[in-house]
Design a protein. Structure first.
Length: 440
């Protein structure tokens, strides 16, 4: 906090003027630009004869300077914008950049992800360390991707937060997504959303935040925007499918990668896709049941689960190549362990049965086979959406690297789906990801 000043002389100051102007009663300057800054703060200005004394004339001068004679450019949309829009955008950058301490050490991060962390932890100086190194005394926080395997070793000082980063719930389009700057990340200094063994910043927010009607309305508008664009987590294209003309309910069972941390820390009972299918069939013996394996299992990037190839004997259809949005719009119910597809089903108001403890269970919106005692509140769908998509994740523009709003993130997904980047552009992004690491 700066000491209160009666008169401020910028000739004697080397600090940023904004916090100084906030404490001043008057300004002495020979620079007309700082004089105009002082007028914004409604301060008397001495030393500049051209500035008018009358307040109305001062306001007219400010309007001419800030609006009529100035042009503003929005780098996140690549277009000119109003000054009010620029103030909102700069305010968002400041808000996001002030979240964490100045010096952060990141552990076990592959060089390919260094660029990503520098964007999402902008405002802090990030130093990259080997996975099993010990935090240095000079660091003020530690950071890891996902849930830290050596969590106890990294939390040697309770005063230093452990920041865990994980994919957000709105992601880039499927083609070349792994080569692009992630559109959203959960940046959590409490826990991480998929770890049901402890609280996360998202869970704490959903449990305690006093939601306003404005926040509910904004969440409803975002949900409507997502549904109208038929967006999903991976935004992959797929085969068409039509619901069979049956009287029985049609139920979707969603497979996951069984080795994922979300299964280890969020599925605290059954943990395999085969067990999920068996439990779903036991609960709904007369349903027409569909099983959709995880896209990474289908394309061979990750191994299938134990006994997953026998699930076809328990269900009526296995549909690996149908887009998830196509299925969600036609089924009556969804069964999941911890899959984000359950959240996507809730966005579409499709009933969800949770056999694990994902972040969206326990709030009165799902049929839960397991309970989380920490979650003691009933939420509306729009309150959950506001917390999970608007308050919790961070969004960074793939165009310029600035922080953006979730509404803009949806706009960028739609734009990239219509005009996907070329292979050359993706290759260049892949190469530039390593450039920040070539430093002393």
């Amino acid at each position: 906090m700066y000491p209160r000043a009666s008169v401020l002389d910028l000739r004697q100051q080397q600090r940023h003027p904004a916090p100084l102007l906030a404490t001043a009663a008057a300004l002495i300057t020979s620079d007309w630009r700082w004089g105009l800054e002082a007028l914004i703060w409604e301060l008397p200005v001495h030393g500049l004869s051209p500035l008018p004394v009358d307040r109305n004339r001062q306001l007219a001068l400010l309007y001419r300077w800030l609006v009529e004679d100035s042009t503003y450019w929005d780098p996140t949309r690549h277009q000119s914008c109003a000054p009010e829009r620029m103030l909102e955008l700069v305010g968002l950058q400041l808000e996001q950049r002030r979240r964490f301490p100045e010096r952060i050490e990141a552990f076990g991060i592959h060089p390919f992800h260094h660029r990503t962390l520098r964007f999402y932890l902008a405002g802090s100086s990030v130093r990259f360390r080997p996975r099993h190194a010990r935090p240095s005394p000079t660091s003020q926080a530690t950071a890891v991707l996902g849930r830290a395997a050596n969590k106890q070793a990294l939390q040697t000082d309770a005063r230093k937060p452990l920041i865990q980063l994980e994919d957000g719930f709105l992601r880039s389009n499927g083609r070349g997504a792994h080569l692009q700057l992630p559109l959203s990340l959960a940046v959590d200094a409490v826990g991480i959303y998929f770890d049901a063994t402890c609280a996360s910043a998202l869970e704490c927010f959903l449990q305690d935040h006093p939601f306003s009607q404005e926040e509910r309305s904004r969440a409803l508008q975002l949900r409507t925007q997502i549904l109208s664009a038929s967006l999903s987590k991976y935004n992959l294209h797929g085969q068409s499918w039509k619901r069979p003309p049956l009287d029985q309910p049609v139920v979707l069972v969603v497979g996951q990668v069984e080795q994922d941390a979300s299964i280890r820390y969020g599925a605290l009972g059954i943990r395999t896709n085969l067990e999920l299918a068996k439990d779903a069939r036991q609960l709904e013996p007369w349903a027409y049941m569909i099983y959709k394996p995880h896209p990474f299992v289908v394309n061979g990037r990750r191994p299938a689960g134990e006994g997953e190839d026998t699930i076809g004997n328990l269900v009526d259809a296995v549909l690996p190549h149908v887009a998830i949005d196509t299925l969600l719009m036609q089924v009556d119910r969804v069964h999941v362990l911890t899959s984000g597809t359950g959240f996507e089903a809730l966005l579409r108001q499709v009933p969800v049965v949770c056999h694990g403890i994902p972040f969206y269970s326990g709030w009165g919106l799902t049929q839960d086979q397991m309970l989380c005692e920490r979650r003691q509140r009933q939420l509306s769908l729009d309150e959950l959406v506001f917390g999970a998509l608007m308050a919790y994740p961070s969004y960074v523009s793939q165009r310029c690297g600035w922080f953006i709003t979730p509404e803009q993130a949806v706009e960028q997904i739609i734009s990239l789906r219509s005009h996907p980047p070329s292979r050359l552009a993706l290759a260049l992004q892949h190469l530039t990801a390593f450039l920040p690491t070539i430093t002393p």
